[in-house]
Design a protein around this ligand. Structure first.
Ligand code: 5AD
Ligand code: FES
Length: 353
C-alpha cells in the first residue's frame, strides 16, 4: 500500500467521506494490504453499532415477468428462454408464514416489473402480510413506479424499498439499459421513496461492463450524499442468455474492498453479503461479513420456482428448502463468530453519524 492510499483510508475512516477523485484513486490503488486495513476499520465501526449481530431478511421472489430489458439481467424481456412464473397471493403468504416460523422478521418481496402487480394487487398483499405478522417489516423490491404508487404501498404498510441505482454515472447507466429506461427516473424514484418515509436501499453491481474507478467514485459519492438505509452491492455475474454473456464477472476482492469502503462512508448502513458473493466464492458471504457487511438474505421462494428467478448463471441455493438455507446460514455465521438475530433489524441511527 502506498502512503497516498494509507492516507486516503485514514481520512475516509475519520471523516466518512472523500472527494470524488480521491475515491477513484482509492479504488484504482487497491491492493491486499489496503483491503485488509479497510476491512479492519469497517468491522470495528460496525461492531461499535451492531455488535456481532447479523440481520436476516427472507427473500420471496414473487415474479420473474419483467417489462424491462436491462442488458445484464437474465429475466430481461427479450430473453425468450426464460420460463416465466408469478406467485399467487396465497403462495406469497404461505412463504412468509414458513419464514416467520423460521425466525424471519423482515420479508422482501422482489420481482420483475410485472404489470400484474398493480397498486391494488400489491397493496392487498402488503396489508395481508402486515396483518398476519404484525411484528415484521415488509420490504418491496419491485422496480420503478410512480410516486403515487409508492405512497399507496407505504400507506398499505410497506416499510422499506430496495431499488439499486445500478450506477451513478448517466453515460454508464445508458450503456447498461435500453433507451426506454432513464437515469433521471431512477434517481427520482429513490428521492421520492425517501421523502415518502420509506427506509430506502440503493446499490450497484461490482464489475458491471464499462465500470471504471471513475464511475465507482460517482457511486461512492452518491452513497455519501444519499446516505441510504440499505445498500446492496454484489459482483456482476454474466447470464448466458444476455448480451453480456461473454463479459467477465466482478471479483471477490473488489467487492470486499467496496463493502468496507461503504461501511466507512456510512457506518450504520445495512449492508448485505449477497447471494452473488456466495455464488462467485464458496465462502463469499462469510468474507463479506468479515469485510463489514451485516445482513444476509436467504431465499424463501418455493423451491419449485427458484431456478426460474435466474438473473445470473450458477445461482446458489436453488435446490434448498427455506429451513435448510436458514440453518446453513446460522452455522456459517456462528463459525466466523457472528450470530443471526431474530429481529426486524431496523437501521440504528442513534449514534448520529
Ligand atoms: N449479475 C449480478 N447482479 C445482477 N442483477 C441483475 N442482473 C445481474 C447479474 N447478471 C442485480 C441488479 C438488480 C438486482 C435485483 O440484481 O443490480 O438491481
Ligand atoms: Fe431489469 Fe431485470 S430486466 S433488472
Amino acid at each position: 500500500m502506498t502512503d497516498e492510499i494509507r492516507d486516503l483510508i485514514d481520512r475516509l475512516s475519520g471523516e466518512h467521506g472523500l472527494a470524488e477523485p480521491e475515491y477513484a484513486a482509492l479504488v484504482a490503488g487497491m491492493d491486499d494490504e489496503a483491503s485488509a486495513r479497510l476491512g479492519e476499520l469497517a468491522v470495528a465501526v460496525r461492531r461499535a453499532i451492531y455488535g456481532d449481530a447479523v440481520f436476516t431478511r427472507g427473500l420471496i421472489e414473487i415474479s420473474n415477468i419483467c417489462k424491462n430489458d436491462c442488458l445484464y439481467c437474465g429475466i430481461r424481456r427479450s430473453n425468450a428462454n426464460a420460463r416465466r412464473y408469478r406467485l399467487t397471493a396465497e403462495e406469497i403468504l404461505a412463504c412468509a408464514d414458513e419464514g416467520h416460523a423460521l425466525g424471519f422478521r423482515t420479508f422482501v418481496l422482489q420481482g420483475g416489473e410485472d404489470g400484474f402487480f398493480t397498486d391494488e394487487a400489491l397493496c392487498g398483499i402488503v396489508s395481508a402480510l402486515k396483518r398476519r405478522h404484525e411484528d415484521c417489516a415488509v420490504t418491496l423490491s419491485m422496480g420503478e413506479r410512480s410516486r403515487e404508487s409508492y405512497e399507496r404501498l407505504h400507506d398499505a404498510g410497506a416499510d422499506r424499498y430496495l431499488l439499486r441505482h445500478e450506477t451513478a454515472d448517466p453515460a454508464h447507466y445508458a450503456s447498461l439499459h435500453p433507451k426506454a429506461m432513464s437515469f433521471e427516473n431512477r434517481m427520482r424514484c429513490l428521492w421520492d421513496l425517501r421523502e415518502i418515509g420509506y427506509q430506502v436501499g440503493c446499490g450497484f453491481m461490482v464489475g458491471s461492463p464499462g465500470q471504471t474507478p471513475a464511475t465507482l467514485a460517482r457511486d461512492l459519492k452518491f452513497i455519501e450524499t444519499f446516505k441510504p438505509d440499505m445498500c446492496g452491492i454484489g459482483p456482476f455475474i454474466p447470464h448466458h442468455d444476455t448480451p453480456f454473456r461473454d463479459r467477465p464477472a466482478g471479483t471477490l476482492e473488489q467487492t470486499l474492498a467496496l463493502l468496507s469502503i461503504i461501511r466507512l462512508i456510512h457506518p450504520p448502513v445495512l449492508l448485505p453479503a449477497t447471494t452473488t458473493l456466495g455464488t462467485i466464492h464458496p465462502m463469499g458471504r462469510e468474507l463479506g461479513i468479515l469485510a463489514g457487511a451485516n445482513v444476509v438474505m436467504p431465499n424463501l421462494s418455493p423451491v419449485s420456482v427458484r431456478r426460474q428467478y435466474e438473473l445470473y448463471d450458477n445461482k446458489i441455493c436453488t435446490g434448498e428448502e427455506s429451513a435448510q438455507c436458514r440453518h446453513c446460514l446460522d452455522a456459517r455465521m456462528r463459525r466466523i463468530g457472528y450470530r443471526l438475530v431474530v429481529d426486524r433489524g431496523d437501521i440504528l441511527k442513534k449514534n448520529a453519524f
